[in-house]
Design a protein around this ligand. Structure first.
Ligand code: BES
Ligand code: ZN
Length: 913
């Protein structure tokens, strides 16, 4: 070792770089571990790398009655450094001191540790031996016990009813860093190893893991189940499920067995997901040019589940709502969600499981890609769903978060395990997926696919960094991918392009877009596309500087600056780029004309509206001009567009209610008028053979009309609801319209007439379909009476609502219930942070309740309340939510200074009606 150190010292003299110093210090730490004590391992982001696991032989015995488990693990290691220490992860486990041993393959002697230290805060186990471990292969053995917790992470219990009896099942959820709560392990994605798992379970229960069963032996009232050894994989993808289940089964074209497991009696609800899975596996095999690597794929519905779904290798787990589809009671939107979630998790079997990120900084490689690929699959399976238009909802959510100063770069530094949960956010998923779409459309679909296939091949059974992907893409395309993409993944934010016509030129200037209206300092390499007067005439170029211009006469025949004819220019064609565009007045009014005369594609109509909304919120445009633009969509019939008009109008109504309450009625009248035509066309009853998108649209439009207090809709909803309550005939209230009816009903509920509320609770209690429960929860807090809202919020915390489901209720809090919801959050904070505090569910309590406020006073109050209550796992969400409050406050003030707003609103409400 002294030798290596000496050589490095020599190199240092040659290079004498500052960076080298740091490197050297690290090397000294690794190589001289034998001289040091346990303290050096504390407070580190990553485990020391002087031993690498190769194979885990894991035995676990869950006890579902006492909710505990015991286990033992033998880990085959490669000892690469000279060390007296082994440092690995473990948390909430009782390690049996006497059970720990190490045996080197070079000697048969078992070495016992001199000391075992569990460092709670760092979730590590330091095993100190009193002599150096021989380098080379060895085996570490550990026995341990743990609790099947109720926190939906690690090895946990989920509950269900079987024949009227309450039962427990044992389930794992390890991503990001909770495998260490089930067994001691090197719990980092880069520490890939094989897993040979054996379980001892009660004989009557189904036991599942990543791989197929190789052997089952009865053992008294138990059964010993051993599974095949897995290929090498990361710890966060290991999974185990033990409980009572039914299943449905099918095979892919090359014989991979696929099963969907769900609660006993519900197996027919698994058929849709099964069909999607089989087709998707075949599709990905072609797309990635690598077959699905495992002998089987199981997908299981878990009653208590923190995320939506989890891509464990060969054993994907889901919330029931995201996997099961019921022909009579599920809505078209539920069907689409199931398809997208399945396609997403299966994409991970390649992107994530076969090729894994090197560290959590590259999480977006997993999540951004799976999100993007899931649309590719859904588009191929269900072309009539127009999912690439719907994809813009993802982009927009990415835009919205990334317009905050408190956003973060796609590639984000992670210094502590507790910071990881929060980056499963719209930046990693939605901005990630959007910049991939941007790159794919810049490089071309074919080239992109080829490069992905060779990336998968090159890094299969290994790990990759963002840079590795760029290298492969650069090689395949010959384009400067690295330079281009670094500007999007290494800095936060995105640009807005100001575009104007000057002296026969089209001038572009980029600045960072921030919702606060300030200008950031970021600069990007922007793949600009534009079309002029028709989609036939398109241009593309890379904007590599702050500003640039191009000659318009060359670009567009119909351009004649003197006459200002009917030409129009749309920048960011079909919204494939992750940037916004701010047109000068002339270009903006021409685009409005292009929308009115039906010349723009749906994606471009979406982009124009969304950019205008964002610019208005950032006080770069008046609200009046946004509203005038919205009027251009009065003949709109496309699902995604109308859906987006609805979300936009909710936000506008909200801010106007704070800025100029006297205008709210007229604004609502205007928005109702925009929805009138499709509402009449769609009605309440499904039409024979109607499209999936019409079915989804009906639900959203009726919900919006109910939200805006449209009497005819509310009365019809209440009438239908009562008919439905009488005999539960679904033809009165088909699933697509149910949420609308529930919201409408809640608009009529107040403290002195709570019949509607009670009826909803009755349905909630009677149904065993999780989608129906979610639908009811999402309507329950939408009453205009704060005391009813309070009752609904308390219900969310009752034992009747699973912890995983409270989030649905929070999303539906009425404007009138805002203040009481904040009071409720403060009063229940202790309890909420205890019950939901250890995962990302808690961040939803903050973002849903805090973000809608719109005054600086409220911002201060929220800041004060959390001053002593913040912690690493919520601090990012908290800062973002408070920033949103301040952005809203600014927007309110700017609207108040818009002198002609009243006239514009009156005109619009009157004109269209
Ligand atoms: N890998 C995630 C699950 C996950 C999320 C684990 C957060 C740990 C923390 C999974 O692939 C996923 O992304 N699930 C999504 C569904 C998807 C369709 C967007 C989810 O849970 O919402
Ligand atoms: Zn995912």
């Amino acid at each position: 070792m002294g030798n290596l150190y000496g050589k490095l010292m020599h190199c240092k003299q040659l290079l004498d770089g500052h960076l080298f110093e740091g490197f050297l210090r690290k090397v000294r730490r690794w190589t001289m571990a034998e001289e040091q004590n346990v303290e050096q391992f504390k407070g580190q982001a990553r485990l020391p790398k002087f031993a690498a696991p190769k194979r885990y032989d894991l035995f676990l015995k869950p006890d579902l009655a006492s909710c505990t488990f015991s286990g033992s693990v033998r880990i085959a290691l490669d000892v690469v450094g000279h060390t007296r220490f082994l440092v690995l992860n473990a948390a909430d486990l009782a390690v049996n001191e006497g059970s720990v041993w190490f045996r080197s393959s070079s000697s048969s002697e078992e070495i016992r540790p001199a000391e075992i230290v569990a460092v709670e805060g760092d979730e590590i186990l330091i095993i100190r031996f009193d002599r150096l471990l021989p380098r080379g292969e060895g085996v570490l053995g550990i026995g341990f016990q743990g609790t099947l917790n109720d926190k939906m992470k690690g090895f946990y219990r989920s509950t269900y009813e079987h024949k009227g009896e309450k039962k427990n099942m044992a389930v794992t959820q390890f991503e990001p860093v909770d495998a260490r709560r089930c067994f001691p392990c090197w719990d980092e994605p880069v520490c890939k190893a094989t897993f040979k798992i054996t379980l001892e379970v009660p004989s009557e229960l189904v036991a599942l893991s990543n791989m197929p069963v190789v052997e089952e032996k009865p053992d008294g009232p138990s059964r010993i189940v051993s599974f095949e050894e897995s290929p090498i994989m990361s710890t966060y993808l290991v999974a185990i499920v033990v409980g009572l289940f039914d299943y449905v089964e099918a095979s892919t074209s090359d014989g991979t067995k696929v099963r969907v497991y769900c609660q006993v009696g519900k197996s027919s609800q698994g058929k849709f997901a099964l069909d999607v899975a089989v087709k998707t596996l075949d599709l990905y095999k072609k797309y990635f040019a690598v077959p699905y690597p495992l002998p089987k794929l199981d997908m299981v519905a878990i009653p208590d589940f923190a995320a939506g779904a989890m891509e464990n290798y060969g054993l994907v787990t889901y919330r029931e709502k995201a996997l099961l589809f019921d022909d009579r009671h599920s809505a078209a939107s539920n069907k689409q969600q199931v398809a997208i979630v399945v396609a997403h998790e299966l994409a991970h079997q390649w992107f994530g499981n076969l090729v894994t990120m090197e560290w959590w900084t590259h999480l977006w490689l997993n999540e951004g890609f799976a999100t993007w690929v899931s649309y590719l699959a859904a588009d191929s399976l269900f072309p009539e769903w127009n999912v690439w238009t719907q994809f813009l909802d993802e982009t927009t959510t990415g835009f919205r978060l990334d317009a905050l100063a408190e956003s973060h770069p796609i590639e984000v530094d992670i210094n502590h395990a507790s910071e990881i949960d929060e980056i499963f956010d719209a930046i990693s998923y939605k901005k990630g997926a959007s910049v991939i779409r941007m790159l794919q459309s810049y490089l071309g679909a074919e080239c992109f696919q080829k490069a992905l296939a060779s990336y998968i091949k090159k890094f299969a059974y290994s790990n990759a960094k963002t840079e590795d992907l760029w290298t492969v893409l650069e090689k395949e395309s010959g384009e400067p991918v690295k330079k281009l993409m670094h500007s999007w993944t290494k800095q936060k934010g995105y640009p807005v392009l100001s575009v104007r016509v000057r002296d026969g030129n089209l001038e572009f200037e980029q600045t960072q877009f921030l919702s606060s209206g300030s200008s950031g300092v970021g600069q990007w390499i922007v793949p600009i596309t534009l079309c002029c007067c028709s989609y036939k005439s398109q241009e593309k170029f890379l904007l590599e500087t702050k500003s640039d211009k191009m000659n318009l006469t060359k670009l567009c025949d119909s351009f004649d600056s003197g006459k200002g004819g009917k030409f129009w220019i749309k920048v960011n064609v079909n919204q494939t780029g992750f940037y916004r565009v701010n047109y000068d007045d002339e270009l903006a009014s021409k685009l409005q004309y292009a929308i009115e005369s039906h010349q723009l594609t749906a994606t471009d109509r979406f982009g124009v509206l969304d950019d205008s909304f964002a610019l208005s919120m950032a006080c770069k445009q008046t609200l009046s001009s946004l509203l005038s633009l919205m009027a251009a969509y009065k003949e709109e019939s496309e699902y995604t567009l109308l859906s987006h008009i609805i979300t936009t109008s909710y936000k506008v109504v909200d801010v106007v209610a704070d800025a100029a309450p006297e205008l709210v009625d007229d604004i609502k009248t205007f928005f109702i008028s925009l929805l009138q035509y499709p509402a009449e066309k769609l009605g309440w009853d499904p039409k024979d053979g109607e499209s999936h998108l019409d079915a989804m649209l009906r639900g959203e439009i009726l919900t919006a009309l109910a939200e805006f207090g449209h009497d005819i809709t509310i009365n019809e909803a209440v009438k239908r609801f009562h008919a439905f309550m009488e005999d539960r005939d679904t033809s009165f209230l088909p699933p697509d319209t149910r949420k609308a009816a529930y919201v409408a009903l809640m608009k009529t509920v107040n403290n002195s007439n709570k019949v509607g509320y009670e009826s909803l609770l009755r349905i909630y209690r009677e149904t065993d379909l999780s989608q129906e429960k979610a639908r009811i929860l999402s309507a329950l807090a939408s009453s205009p009476d704060p005391s009813v809202v309070l009752e609904a919020l308390n219900f969310l915390l009752s034992s009747e609502v699973r912890n995983q489901d409270a989030v649905y209720g929070l999303a539906g809090i009425s404007r009138e219930g805002r203040d009481i919801a904040w009071m409720w959050l403060k009063e229940n904070w202790e309890h909420i942070s205890k019950t939901c505090g250890s995962g990302f569910l808690i961040t939803r309590f903050i973002s849903s309740i805090v973000s809608p406020f719109s005054s600086d006073e409220k911002g201060d109050e929220i800041e004060n309340f959390f001053a002593t209550r913040s912690k690493p796992s919520i601090s990012r969400t908290l800062k973002q939510s408070i920033e949103r409050v301040r952005v809203n406050a600014k927007w309110v003030k700017s609207i108040q200074s818009e002198t002609s707003l009243g006239e514009v609103v009156e005109e619009l409400a009157y004109r269209v009606y």
